[in-house]
Design a protein around this ligand. Sequence first.
Ligand code: SAM
Length: 254
Amino acid sequence: MSQFGKLYGVGVGTGSPDLMTLRAVNVLREVDVIVIPQSKKGRKSVAWRITEPNVVKNDAQERLFLTFPMTKDPEILKPAWDIAFTEIGKRLEEGKNVAFITEGDPLFFSTYIYLHKAAQKRWPEVETEIVPAVSSFTAVPSVIQQPIADGQERVAVVPASYGLDTLPQILQLFDTVLLMKVSSIMPRLVEILKNEGLLDCATYVSKATMDFQMTTTDLEAIKNDKCDYFSMVMVKKQDRNGILEGRFKESTES
Ligand SMILES: C[S@@+](CC[C@H](N)C(=O)[O-])C[C@H]1O[C@@H](n2cnc3c(N)ncnc32)[C@H](O)[C@@H]1O
C-alpha cells in the first residue's frame, strides 16, 4: 500500500460556478489540499473564481496558490513548474490528498497534463484520478447554439496561435473548425477566412459562460481590438449537415 496521498486533476468548467460537476465539488470539499494555479504571484486565478463559491471555507484544508507562468518559453516554464511540482510532491509524500483545479477540462490544453506526466515520473506509486468538465469545446457552441457536428460532419480543433499555415487545408477538410487561442492572431485569421470564403460562417465568442461573455459574427469589426485570452472562433459550414433528414447521401469519397 502506497503511503502517498492521491492526486486529482479537477476540471471546474468554463466560467459559471453552476457548470461545475457534482463530482468536482465533492472531491474539492473532501481533499486535504486544493492547488490553485495562478499566472503571476497575487494574480486572481480564473479556476479559483469558478470554484470558490462551491467550496465552504474549511480550516483543515490548505489552499495552495502556485505560480504557472503564461508563456511558451520552456526556459521560464520548466523552473517554475519544478518549484510547483516539488510543493505538490511534499504534500503527497505526507499522505495528503491533493486536487489541482483547472479551467475547463483537465485533459484539454491544460497545465494539468504536464503535472500528470510529471507525477508518473516523480511519484510512480501515486494514485491519480481525473474529474472531467465542461470545456470551451462544448461551452462555445452551446452559447451560440450551433451544433458541433451531426451525422457525417467532421470536426477539427486548432490551437491557432501555434501557426495558421495549414488552416486553409483544415478549413477545406472539416465541417466544423474550433479555433482556440485566437486573441493574438485575429487580423491574420480574418484574412484567411475571407480568402476561403468562410468569413460568413465564423462566430467569435469570448468568455463563454463567464461574466462579460461576448459573441459576434462581425469579425472584421473586432479584429484589431484587444481580444480576451478566453476567446474562440467557431467556423461552421452547413453543407454536409442534416443527413438524418435525408439532406445528403453519405459518401465515402469526401
Ligand atoms: C489553455 S486553454 C484552456 C482550455 C480549457 N482547459 C478547456 O477545456 O476549454 C485556453 C484557451 O481555451 C479557450 N477557452 C477556454 N475557456 C474559454 C471560454 N470560457 N470562452 C472562450 N474560450 C475559452 C480559449 O481559446 C483560450 O485561449
